[in-house]
Design a protein. Structure first.
Length: 489
């Protein structure tokens, strides 16, 4: 086995995996299988919650079910804080990534094997914790493969994003087909098989990652271990009491996650900005991340409605017939990944060819968010229709715009988080980006209560215009944001 090449020694001439460091292939693989299981399960989760018992579901109210899905999705990204802290203070990113993959497998097995509400509760908690730990640390480990001035970084993250979307395509499609033919628990079981495959694949390739992926950048003093252990036990106890006393309920989960994500965001920015271990340049770059964060929240609060409002829309409004075959509801969620698979390479090649001439990070964020708002306005010609009134081709076109917007913001946001991060907060800055997704995802679930299938025009119009205004606002602020970024673009 060849020794790993440190990030500082990586040069454009060392073409190993599609022009990138070979170690990217292992991270590409584990993230692909994790997304297969994650989106495969999530593709059938909402309909499992609100389908009647006679159809194999739990029979919950649609608004409550949508709130649970939004809260769960938000919790996944909220738990990246824990995964990032464990990496930066105790174990290093690579070790946390490996342990998180094991937890995810256990969560999917719980959903597949445990019945009813118990299986949902245990499974979603484990998957949320494991996915949060894996996501922040997989991204951080990808960042260790490149030196700060390596122009392949954005292209590498775009290819990494391709792996994510290969899993995102096959997951909802295959689990949906199995759910439709054999039942929900068989679909959940396929997600468990997929994640197990990812864990096995990664266990063989993890040795090729650079030593920097296992480094602990800001070790926690052993004298403080008891304090943080006590905090962890106390937090679990408080959550248990709140659940048992009815303060935390199924119908308010999304609101609780929103409050927690806001609190965590404020606390995280405050801790990093107040740290004595960062210099003036690093502090300025963290301030530059604030408008990117706000814009990202606006983007994800619309984009993540693929798994809430769009799922309900696909069930009740969309004509899903293709040559006499009715595609599963969850299969609609495989449309976006198809475009990602096709366009990721195009965007990676575009950024590589443009090099230093490519648009800046805030300019990409601004355009992506404005396009996302425009995608919501594209629903208007089909609003307020009857059952099966929206042609499948219309949703395909709208999701194409979703995809272009996503590629302008999501992989660029991951890359920006690693570029703007202070040396002692590498993984935790990635967690901050995921916090924006957490907040946006929870908001997407909370917004379900305002979606009225009989009067959709106000819903799509207001949300679309808000996103466009946010995007234009950042576009007008590109120069001051770049000034704060201190040479990072």
């Amino acid at each position: 086995m060849p020794s790993p090449v440190p990030a500082t020694d990586t040069t454009p001439s060392e073409k190993r995996f599609l022009g990138q460091p070979r170690a990217l292939a292992h991270l590409f693989g584990v993230e692909m299988w994790e997304r297969f299981s994650f989106y495969g399960m999530q593709g059938i989760l909402l309909i499992y919650l609100y389908f009647s018992v006679t159809k194999g579901g739990l029979g919950l109210d649609e608004a409550v079910a949508g709130g649970i899905v939004g809260a769960y999705g938000g919790s996944v990204y909220l738990s990246t804080i824990l995964g990032a802290w464990l990496a930066d203070r105790l174990f290093g990113s690579e070790r946390v990534l490996f342990a998180s993959a094991i937890v995810i497998v256990a969560g999917h097995l719980a959903l597949a094997l445990l019945p009813g509400v118990v299986g949902v509760a245990v499974g979603l908690v484990l998957v949320a914790l494991g996915s949060g730990g894996l996501k922040a640390n997989a991204t951080a480990v990808v960042g260790t493969l490149y030196s700060e001035d390596d122009t392949r970084r954005d292209a590498g993250f775009s290819l990494f994003y391709l792996g994510i979307n290969l899993g995102s395509f096959f997951g909802p499609l295959l689990t949906g087909l199995l759910q439709k033919s054999a039942g929900f628990h068989w679909g959940f079981g396929l997600a468990a098989v997929g994640m197990t495959a990812g864990l096995i694949q990664y266990s063989f390739g993890r040795r090729e990652l650079p030593d920097s992926a296992r480094a602990v950048p800001n070790p926690l003093p052993r004298s403080r271990y008891p304090l943080f252990a006590g905090i962890a036990v106390g937090a679990v106890a408080v959550i248990a009491v709140l659940v048992l006393t009815g303060v935390i309920r199924a119908d308010n989960l999304a609101s609780i996650v929103i409050v927690c994500a806001l609190g965590a965001t404020i606390a995280y920015f405050a801790v990093i900005l107040a740290s004595r271990h960062i210099d003036q340049v690093e502090r300025s770059r963290v301030w530059a991340f604030v408008p990117l964060f706000v814009t990202s929240v606006a983007f994800w609060s619309l984009y993540q409605q693929q798994f809430t409002v769009l799922t309900v829309y696909s069930d009740k409004r969309l004509d899903r017939s293709i040559l006499g075959f009715e595609m599963p509801i969850s299969a609609v969620q495989s449309i976006n990944p198809v475009f990602i698979i096709v366009l990721s390479g195009v965007f990676a090649a575009l950024w590589t060819r443009l090099g230093a001439r490519q648009p800046s990070t805030p300019a990409k964020f601004a355009l992506g968010t404005a396009l996302m708002g425009g995608a919501f306005l594209l629903f208007l010609p089909f609003a307020n229709g009857g059952e099966g009134s929206t042609p499948l081709l219309a949703i395909v076109g709208i999701l194409f715009v979703f995809t272009v917007a996503e590629l302008l913001l999501s992989p660029i946001g991951l890359s920006a988080a690693t570029k703007l991060a202070p040396a002692r907060f590498k993984t935790q800055m990635v967690a901050l980006f995921f916090l924006s997704i957490s907040l946006g995802t929870a908001i997407s679930g909370w917004l379900v209560q305002f979606y009225d299938p009989t009067n959709e025009v106000p819903y799509f119009t207001v949300l679309g215009l808000i996103a466009i205004v946010v995007g234009v606002g950042l576009g007008l602020s590109v120069k001051p944001v770049l000034k704060l970024m201190k040479g990072v673009s």
